[in-house]
Design a protein around this ligand. Structure first.
Ligand code: RB5
Length: 150
């Protein structure tokens, strides 16, 4: 599976840790930046990573900023993106099973590397349940379509 990774300066160090971890686990990682601790705008990197998902270049994306909140707000503006901010393993499992989330957001100032790795593992390993959950996603997609300009 190809996974896009993005961060701002607040998430840079955790992104670098996760890049090493994902590579070790055998994932193909597309790192869209940022590349240092220098201050940048999280929205620019959220856009690069979600575009990799929207074009089909990557199946999933993981976005890291200080809280994960800015990244999740930005990512969820893009049609077809279901970004989930998770700081516990239960939510990571539930959002895959129920929401078929294709983007995971993490806050590097909220959790440590060990918990982030456990969340990422659960999120990548868990399949969407479908069924009644698909109906709910279809309703979200229908709302999106009302706001997309022709
Ligand atoms: C950057 O200081 C910080 O605002 C950002 O990383 C993130 O937490 C925003 O939601």
């Amino acid at each position: 599976m190809r996974v896009a990774l993005a961060s701002d300066h607040g998430g840079y160090l955790l992104k670098e840790e996760l890049k090493r971890t994902l590579t070790e686990w055998g994932y193909s990682v597309v790192d869209v930046g940022c590349d240092s601790l220098e201050s940048v705008d999280y929205v620019d990197y959220a856009e690069k990573a979600v575009e990799a998902v929207r074009t089909g270049d990557c199946e999933r994306a993981i976005l890291v900023c200080g809280t994960g909140i800015g990244m999740s707000i930005a990512a969820n503006k893009f049609p077809g993106i279901r970004a989930a901010l998770c700081h516990d393993v239960f939510s990571a499992q539930a959002t895959r099973e129920h929401n078929d989330s294709n983007v995971l957001c993490l806050g590097a100032r909220v959790i440590g590397v060990g918990l982030a790795q456990a969340i990422v593992k659960m999120w990548l390993d868990t399949e969407f349940t479908g069924g009644r959950h698909q109906r709910r996603i279809d309703k979200i997609t229908a709302i999106e379509k009302r706001f997309v300009q022709p």
